[in-house]
Design a protein around this ligand. Structure first.
Ligand code: PLP
Length: 352
């Protein structure tokens, strides 16, 4: 008789419905296609990939490019199949049987899964009523419970808010364990704790090509930290875990990252326009430093269903107790946002 590993029954699969929404505002992807020059650059690089050869085992090429751009050494970078893989690996390195991992709640739902798959004990710190995180609470919980790792999501998904750099630094400076700051949306916030890496050997910064850089399909992310941490994370990753096509695509994007600045600026401007229009309706919207907005309405589920009927896909968190009444809406293109706003306005005015 076979038996599944004990404990796995309590791990929930990550689930999002695979729907081809005409207006897809549910996954925080870049709304627009890649800039044409970047798309062409990727096509050229992909055509030159030797499909019969394994990728570089050390992934030197992309690591060197990232390190040069970030003012680090290649030994300070570990790449992942999405930053998801890096975050999961970091949990395997600093978690383990009988060890605790502290992270905020509500936040990225995958943290719990990474934690459980690493046989570690998740320990959540609740955000306050306005979805702010108390640095003291994180700090004291981690100390008291002798946590092996702290995960911070800054800005936070799905609430959208960003902690002050000083608050993150306060946690990192006082923690007796590594602190990984997940900056999946850092490009939209316009700030990063990367400059603190030299000061704090326990700091790890995780970033991704999936959001601002529009490369969700390729699955490439990375973490930057001191070399000992990076070497340890490298140990728990399999050889050749990122395919050569994705490495080439990410390297092209990184080399042309200036091309993404206008798109990021457009998204930030649209985010503020959409937030203002929603508040006008009125709908409660939380401040966001990301490419999405979290809104709250007593009729959230109905609104989400109505939007779906109009071909607009958003992420409905309203059934989660900590996010009661909340929907997360990715900032789309101007016309996508207009479709979303028009439908939402109709719903709010009772015209549906
Ligand atoms: C999207 C996201 C990630 C990572 O995505 P990858 O595609 O695996 O790089 C990580 N953290 C948060 C909070 C995210 O929203």
């Amino acid at each position: 008789m076979w038996q599944i590993r004990p404990g796995l029954e309590s791990v929930k699969s990550y689930y999002v419905p695979d729907v081809a929404w005409p207006v897809k505002l549910d996954a925080n992807e870049r709304a627009e296609a890649l800039p044409p020059a970047v798309q062409a650059g990727i096509a050229e690089r992909l055509a030159a990939v030797a499909a019969n050869r394994y990728p570089e085992i050390g992934q030197h090429s992309l690591k060197k490019a990232l390190a040069a751009g970030l003012g680090l050494e290649p030994e300070n970078i570990v790449l992942g199949n999405g930053s998801s893989e890096v975050l999961a690996a970091i949990c395997r390195v600093f978690g383990g049987v009988g060890r605790k991992i502290v992270y905020p709640h509500p936040s990225f739902s995958m943290y719990k899964i990474y934690c459980l798959l690493a046989d570690s004990e998740p320990l959540t710190v609740e955000l306050d009523a306005g979805f702010a995180l108390s640095p003291e609470k994180v700090f004291t919980t981690a100390l008291k419970e002798q946590a092996g790792l702290i995960i911070l999501c800054n800005p936070n998904n799905p609430t959208g808010g960003a902690m002050a750099t000083e608050a993150v630094e306060y946690i990192v400076a006082g923690a007796r364990c590594p602190v990984v700051v997940d900056e999946a949306y850092g490009e939209f916030a316009g700030k990063s704790v990367l400059p603190l890496l030299g000061k704090y050997p326990n700091l790890i910064v995780a970033r991704t090509f999936s959001k601002a850089y529009g490369l969700a399909a390729a699955r490439v992310g990375y973490a930057a930290a001191g070399r000992e941490i990076i070497a340890a994370v490298g140990k728990v990753l399999l050889p050749y875990h990122i395919n050569a096509f994705s490495l080439a695509a990410a390297e092209t994007v990184w080399g042309m990252r200036d091309e993404f600045a206008p798109g990021i600026a457009r998204t930030v401007a649209e985010r503020e326009r959409v937030a203002a229009a929603l508040r006008e309706m009125p709908i409660e919207v939380f401040p966001s430093a990301t490419n999405f907005l979290l809104l709250r309405s007593a009729r959230a589920k109905e609104l989400s269903d109505y939007l779906a009927s109009q071909g607009v896909g958003v992420r409905d968190f309203s059934a989660a107790p900590a996010l009661a009444g909340c929907l997360r809406v990715t900032v789309g293109t101007v016309s996508e946002n207009d479709v979303f706003l028009a439908a939402t306005g109709k719903f709010i005015r009772g015209e549906v």
